[in-house]
Design a protein around this ligand. Structure first.
Ligand code: ZN
Length: 224
C-alpha cells in the first residue's frame, strides 16, 4: 500500500529528512514508491520542466560535481550493467538497426563519400585488427608517409586512388605499424596479394621480361 499523504519537513532539517526517508523506504515497496513518483512527476511535469529551465546552469554544475566525486563507482556500475545486459543491449541495437536500416545506411554512405581518406583508414584498421598481428598507425601518419612517397603507387607510380598496402602482408604476419605501410593502387595491391614488396617488384620485373599477360613497363623506383 502506498501512503500518498505528504509530510512536510522544513528545509535544513537534514537528519529529520533522512530518518523520514529511511522509514518511508522501509515501509513502502519499491514498486509503490515508483508508481507514486511517476504519478507525482506526471502531475507536476510543467513545474519541473520550468524549474530545470530556470536552474539549468546550477543543475549542470551539480551533475558535473557528482560525476567527478563518484566517477570510479559510476564507471564500474555502467561496466557491470553493460556486461549483465549484454544480450539485451545487442538485441536492442539489432532491432534499432533493422528498423532504421535505410536511414543508417544512407548516413554511413554519405559520411564515407564525404571522408574517403577516413573510410580507407577505417577499412584498413578493421582488416589489420582481424589479422591480430598487432601494430597501428594514425591517419595522419599514413597521409604523411604517402605524401613523402609522392602520393603515387609504390609499384606502378600511377596517381589513381591509393590503398593501404602492407609491405609484409597481414596474412604473413606483417603488422599495421607505419613502417610496414606503403601506398598502392587498387590494381597493384590486389595482384601483389600475399607477396612482400620486394617479391612483388621482382615478380613484376620477370613478368614484364617474359611479356606476361597484362604486363606493364616497369618504372625505376627510388625506393622508400
Ligand atoms: Zn599501381
Amino acid at each position: 500500500m502506498s501512503d500518498t499523504s505528504v509530510v512536510k519537513i522544513p528545509r535544513g532539517q537534514t537528519e529529520a529528512r533522512r530518518e523520514y526517508m529511511r522509514v518511508y523506504t522501509a515501509t513502502h515497496p519499491k514498486r509503490d514508491r515508483r508508481a507514486y513518483k511517476a504519478a507525482y512527476d506526471a502531475a507536476n511535469a510543467d513545474r519541473q520542466a520550468d524549474y530545470r529551465k530556470r536552474n539549468s546552469e546550477h543543475l549542470k554544475q551539480v551533475r558535473a560535481e557528482y560525476y567527478i566525486k563518484h566517477r570510479d563507482r559510476l564507471l564500474l556500475y555502467i561496466k557491470n550493467r553493460t556486461a549483465m545486459n549484454r544480450d539485451k543491449i545487442l538485441a536492442y541495437h539489432a532491432a534499432h538497426y533493422q528498423k532504421n536500416a535505410a536511414r543508417i545506411k544512407a548516413s554511413v554512405a554519405a559520411y564515407r563519400k564525404a571522408n574517403p581518406e577516413k573510410k580507407r583508414y577505417l577499412e584498413n584498421k578493421r582488416r589489420a585488427k582481424k589479422s591480430a598481428n598487432g601494430g597501428s598507425h594514425t591517419l595522419e601518419q599514413r597521409l604523411e608517409k604517402f605524401a613523402a612517397l609522392g602520393n603515387c603507387c609504390f609499384y606502378c607510380g600511377c596517381k589513381k586512388p591509393l590503398t593501404v598496402d602492407h609491405d609484409i602482408p597481414l596474412k604473413r604476419g606483417g603488422t599495421d605499424d607505419i613502417d610496414n605501410i606503403l601506398p598502392a593502387c587498387r590494381s597493384c595491391n590486389s595482384s601483389k596479394n600475399a607477396k612482400t614488396s620486394a617479391e612483388f617488384l621482382a615478380y613484376r620485373t620477370n613478368h614484364a621480361a617474359i611479356g606476361g599477360v597484362g604486363a606493364k613497363p616497369v618504372e625505376a623506383y627510388t625506393g622508400r
